[in-house]
Design a protein around this ligand. Structure first.
Ligand code: 13P
Length: 253
């Protein structure tokens, strides 16, 4: 009943030519998506238009940006608004990635504004949450993630929440080769779903797609995706290699 999604976050990698090649390679595998499955490609801003043109006639393939401005429009040099993203054919927006939180000081409150801009323009947020290593060691990750959800999402109506996807990305697993175990991922995803249920009701919680991110690769994707509350993945490094990315997509249950 809920969408299964594999999203590739290219981060700040690849030239335009390399990106085009990657998308073409992915599409040329002839991958057939099953009902309810989606593939999302999150390119750097300058490639969005080109990526849209490549993806457009491929059912189930969607385009994402990796960020969006928290303001609507105006004198914000260097920023890109949700309206602009919509106008070039973007479908999803990654919001609150831990790299943006850490290196660009994005607060839960600022992320709430980004969520609002995104939804107001008919785009779907992929809202990232997840704890750093010291929080995991202190075993307080549930409280930490609950606060991220509360401060950035809980002002939304249940209707608005239908367009939100959550990605759980434990920071200690991102780009480190250290993946959360399937049990750790399942525990957190079930916790997130229970939080959504407590705030918005069971229906909303059952409808919510919750993706796992952090060193996901072809060799561990199947185990992660077989967890009942893991609805796919947000993939970094492995999304830059067509064979790896498509192998991960094929592990969707
Ligand atoms: P890696 O898959 O490279 O660990 O990155 C995960 C991530 O941050 C996706 O947004």
């Amino acid at each position: 009943m809920r969408k299964k999604i594999v999203a590739g976050n290219w981060k700040m990698n690849l030239t335009l030519a390399q990106g085009e090649q990657l998308i073409n390679d992915i599409l040329q595998t002839g991958l057939k998506l099953k009902e309810g499955q989606e593939v999302v490609v999150a390119t750097p801003f300058p490639y969005l238009l080109k990526a849209k043109a490549l993806l457009k006639n491929n059912p189930g393939f969607y385009l994402a940006s990796q960020n969006v401005a928290s303001e609507k429009s105006g004198a914000y040099t260097g920023e890109v608004s949700a309206e602009m993203l919509k106008s070039v054919g973007v479908d999803y927006v990654i919001i609150g990635h831990s790299e943006r939180r850490e290196y660009f000081q994005e607060s839960n409150a600022a992320l709430a504004k980004k969520i609002d801009q995104t939804l107001a323009n008919g785009l779907k947020p992929i809202f990232c949450c997840g704890e750093p290593l010291e929080i995991r060691k202190a075993e307080t990750q549930n409280d930490y993630v609950a606060k991220q959800l509360e401060e950035s999402l809980y002002h939304l109506t249940v209707e608005q929440l239908k367009d939100v996807v959550i990605a759980y990305e434990p920071i200690w697993a991102i780009g480190t080769g250290l993946t959360a175990s399937a049990a750790q991922a399942q525990d957190m995803h079930a916790f997130i779903r229970s939080q959504i249920a407590a705030k918005y009701g069971r229906e909303a919680a059952l409808h919510m797609s919750i993706l796992y991110g952090g060193s996901a690769k072809p060799s561990n994707a199947e185990e992660l995706f077989s967890c009942p509350d893991v609805d796919g993945g947000l993939i970094g490094g492995a999304s830059l290699v067509a064979a790896d990315f498509t192998a991960i997509i094929q592990k969707l249950a």
